[in-house]
Design a protein around this ligand. Structure first.
Ligand SMILES: Cc1cc2nc3c(=O)[nH]c(=O)nc-3n(C[C@H](O)[C@H](O)[C@H](O)COP(=O)(O)OP(=O)(O)OC[C@H]3O[C@@H](n4cnc5c(N)ncnc54)[C@H](O)[C@@H]3O)c2cc1C
Length: 400
């Protein structure tokens, strides 16, 4: 069996794994990334698209923001729509100048893959039978097959960045971790269409037929979502039915209509909150979706993955630079504080905007009161804007 040696073995070439590898490289720390999918697959996987201010700043500061600066769409506000009227939340003004950037996750992935390969980094795509070993001790190992050949990576640490369905989290002995989970009784039916977005900014619509979100991937690509059943059958949703339902849920007194165009992609995403505690076991460190997932309403998943690996890269840099274990030991606690803040925000946005079945309409009335408050009371709007554009990387009370 061929054995490769590196300092940090990273499982998963999603945003977490690739950015971790890139940040470690900037600190002079070698790593190898092992990924089950092909390069083309990870570079085309359509997922998140909203980058917090801190994520954008980090990508820029680490030298992978050139295309992001050119092609990213900077948004200073979002619209909350209810009772058939739009209400703009001016995030820029409310936060003292912060914004979000719409730039597709797969474009971030492309930029990171490009940077790693340009800098001589190793990403082993199309690995199979990936397994991790000996991470309780000082010499962890990663085993896998590639092109039918068994291989092994010997390393000092493992970055478990293999997403929610990966192998890292389940490889930790039962009983060492605690899981917190909330499943929502609905999902999102999402489409990507070749149509000019009908709004320059994202629209979050609370409608009696269910929630809808209008987003975009570029000035000519619309991304839109409808609240649906978690097991919704896509076959029951021809394009025409989706457009009609979107128009209904975004309808305003002023006669708002979406721009229609060919639908390129369609999918149903169940909505779930999930947190693993702690995010570390021995020399295995979980990051991103491998450790936690949030419902997409708050647009936090990708941004949390970025925040995790920023801390992990710093902690590993301190360990290699000075031998200090302090930050590695604090890794889980530091990350989990932000994770729970993001869980709270995502749950709050989800519960304010979605339709919940049953009851006598109390919940809907309560939501409308909440939306009324958020759109008229400055303190409430500031809370939304601060969380949406992203909390500072170092939360109050933390200095790294
Ligand atoms: C429809 C949708 C919309 C979303 N919208 C937003 C949004 O607007 N804003 C936001 O911030 N977040 C959003 N998210 C969440 C965001 O996409 C994720 O949080 C993000 O992908 C997490 O990155 P990651 O690197 O941790 O995990 P992933 O992106 O899942 O990457 C994990 C990688 O590990 C690989 N892998 C898995 N198993 C193995 C194995 N055994 N061996 C090796 N490799 C393996 C996978 O192929 C993958 O490449 C959305 C998600 C979905 C599904």
């Amino acid at each position: 069996m061929a054995t490769l040696h590196t300092k940090v073995g990273i499982i998963g070439a999603g945003p977490a794994g690739l950015l971790l590898s890139h940040l470690l490289h900037l600190e002079g720390i070698e790593s190898i990334v092992i990924e089950v999918q092909t390069r083309q697959y990870v570079e085309e996987r359509n997922r998140a698209g909203v980058l917090e201010q801190g994520t954008v700043d980090l990508l820029n500061a680490s030298g992978v923001g050139e295309r992001l600066r050119r092609e990213g769409l900077i948004h200073h506000g979002i619209e909350l729509r209810f009772n058939r009227q739009g209400h703009r939340i001016d995030m820029h003004e409310l936060t003292g100048g912060r914004a979000i950037t719409v730039y597709a996750q797969h474009e971030v992935v492309k930029d990171l893959v490009h940077a790693r390969l340009r800098d001589g980094g190793q990403i082993l795509f199309e690995a199979s039978q990936v397994s991790i070993h000996d991470f309780e001790g000082d010499s962890p190992r990663i085993r896998f097959e590639r092109h039918g050949e068994p291989s092994e990576v010997a390393c000092d640490f493992i970055g478990g960045c293999d997403g929610f369905h990966g192998i890292c989290r389940p490889s930790i002995p039962a009983g060492a971790l605690r899981f917190y989970e909330k499943t929502y009784p609905f999902g999102w039916l999402g489409i990507t269409a070749e149509a000019v977005p009908a709004s320059h900014e994202l629209i979050y619509s609370n409608h009696e037929r269910g929630f809808a979100l209008l987003s975009m991937r570029s000035p000519i690509i619309t991304r839109a979502y409808l609240q649906c059943r978690p097991d919704e059958d896509l076959a029951a949703w021809p394009d025409e039915r989706i457009w009609e339902e979107l128009d209904r849920r975004f309808e305003t007194c002023g006669g708002f209509r979406l721009n229609r165009g060919p639908v390129d992609q369609k999918g149903v995403t169940p909505m779930r909150s999930f947190v693993t505690e702690p995010m570390q076991y021995g020399r295995l460190f979980l990051a991103g979706d491998a450790a936690h997932i949030v419902p997409p309403t708050g647009a936090k998943g990708l941004n949390l993955a970025v925040a995790d690996v920023r801390i992990l890269a710093r902690a590993l840099s301190a360990w290699y630079g000075t031998g200090s274990e302090q930050l590695l030991k604090q890794y889980s606690d530091i990350c989990l504080r932000r994770v729970w803040r993001a869980q709270h925000f995502s749950w709050w946005m989800t519960s304010m905007l979605h339709r919940f079945e049953g009851g006598d309409g109390f919940d809907h009335r309560r939501q409308l009161a909440e939306l009324d408050q958020v759109t008229t009371l400055r303190a409430a709007a500031v809370t939304l804007a601060e969380n949406y554009t992203g909390l500072p990387f170092d939360l109050p009370g933390e200095t790294l």
